[in-house]
Write a protein that binds this ligand. Sequence first.
Ligand code: 13P
Length: 250
Amino acid sequence: MRTPMIAGNWKLHKTCNEAVELVEALKAAVADINDVEIVVAPVFTALTSVAASIEGSSITLAAQNCYPQESGAFTGEVSPSLLKDAGCRYVIIGHSERRQLCGENDEFINQKAHALAAAGLGTIFCIGETLEERESDQMYDVLRRQVRLGLKGLDTTAMASVVVAYEPVWAIGTGKTATDEQAQEVHAFLRALLKELYDEKVAAATRILYGGSVKPDNVDSLMAQPDVDGALVGGASLKAEDFARIINFE
Ligand code: 13P
């Protein structure tokens, strides 16, 4: 069975001290939970402070981005092995903010996926359509392309470390969550696509998270959908109480 994952993407928020304060409060609030994989993704500069703070707890660390090279003349970039060294178990790639604001394309995201597999890190691979794409019936073509090109060349062994996150762009930071039915419909499509591209086993084992305005008051029904295996949470992960409630979904 797929262990649910609730991941907090802190985006560009929190100083080192604030990040530690948040994770300390979260640690206390989720101390009893052992059936959900809890992940937090602070900014790069807070990674080592948060890593020290969560040591021995059930919270794991993710980075929000990486560069697909190990080392070299790549000013301003950070490699998978350095993130692993800083205590990360996962790296988020393909987030729509990076696709839209930083011009990242499927090929570049695919290079990152391979670099993460080579470094032995888990990947939280984000995909999602814009409102325009959804309304013009291009949604499934877009999602299919993002999955096919983003995961291109990853074998079934590498797929064991990949978590897919479906984040419709129109639901991110807007307060406009996908309905339970919309989320389930796309997640079922993605699972069928994984079966087509890999096999039944990969499709059954891969966790597919939903992201986009997940809040304490909508998480329960989203998590009740058979193909929703967790959530990637932005805004609501910045408050320990809200994020703990989401982790404690019913
Ligand atoms: P919000 O939860 O703030 O909508 O953000 C979702 C997201 O982008 C997580 O990666």
